[in-house]
Write a protein that binds this ligand. Sequence first.
Ligand SMILES: Nc1ncnc2c1ncn2[C@@H]1O[C@H](COP(=O)(O)OP(=O)(O)OP(=O)(O)O)[C@@H](O)[C@H]1O
Ligand SMILES: [Mg+2]
Length: 373
Amino acid sequence: MNLIQIWHYHRPALAKIYLDTLNAGLVTSTTIFAPRRAGKTSFLRKDLTPAAQAAGYIVVYADLWQTKLSPGVSLIRALEQALEHKSRLQSITAKLKVPVKKVKASAEMAGSRLEGELEFSSDDKKIQTEMALQIDSLMEALCQKKPVLLLIDEAQELAKTRENEAVATALRTTITKHQARLRVVFTGSSRMQLAHVFSNSDAPLYSTGAAIVDFPLLDRYFVEYIAEKFKASTKRTLAIESAWQFFVKLKQQPEPFLMGIVDMVLNPLHSINDAMAAVEEKLAHTENHAGVWAALDATQKTLVRMLAKDPALKPFSQATLAQLRKIIGVDALKITHIQRAMSNLESIVIKSPRDTYEFENTAFAHWVATLSE
Ligand SMILES: Nc1ncnc2c1ncn2[C@@H]1O[C@H](COP(=O)(O)OP(=O)(O)OP(=O)(O)O)[C@@H](O)[C@H]1O
Ligand SMILES: [Mg+2]
């Protein structure tokens, strides 16, 4: 029994607002911006998708983050899936004339952000051009069938590497070309990173999704809905005011709140105070370490691991450089890359006056240290 999955609180009115805005045609795309775990993806898939389908759209969903594929391949796959191609992977590779492994490898390489020194080889440019053509022709085919709603989850990925920027540029071309039939919703959880995609004047999708719109967090109605579900399955009453206070304390994140409620369903003797205290304690231990970690590139991850093991590490020494080259497997790595990586890590590790490195969040350091190699 997974009540957390079953108790989805639908938000049809919110879905209608997004659809009406896009249907009106003044804008062809919009963004959903909210912190992590606020319910963005669930809203796209469980509320916006059915509403858009009912309104006559073909919905294409591409997640650019929780996938091992590069964003370009994820997007192509999503478009192909919407066109109901049978053997998707095969068709991508056949058309690109490169093995998927290579596409992946180049994505991972780009992921380590070795800009400058490692320009794309002509080969990679070829892959990018192929991908752009592919995206455009798939979109063309879809738009001929019906109006298309493209959902790009975790759009901030589009500004992370040059390869991803090339995908963003391809997307921009396609959006402009098909603007009569295509609408796009982007999501993101970092305003700063989204600005790199949409708002800065050199951003790859500048003006396309320019308004970074706040996504309304789940509100008191959600708590009331859960209280009804709770009553229906337990015959007990959930005190709404106190449940709401706990929900606010949990930053209006549905998942931990529901974990507490499920605990109360299963254990009639647990009070809401007990249940929520247990959830809070659990959260304090896990926080969002995985999310922080996933946002780092290969060089940053390796440095963070090394610093978690050895706070006295000298990141800019030749010895560290040699070690990094070996671990990451990139001989072209230079001290300048380490400098860039370290400056990007400023919110995570800080140099103490004692010349050692300290983690802003010691729980994160501990979490990193327990990762398997
Ligand atoms: N409307 C809802 N009703 C009930 N539970 C929800 C709802 N929306 C989200 N959840 C719960 O919260 C969890 C996190 O939601 P979701 O993955 O949609 O958030 P997100 O903002 O996309 O998170 P991330 O930043 O990790 O991408 C879901 O697994 C689901 O259990
Ligand atoms: Mg999500």
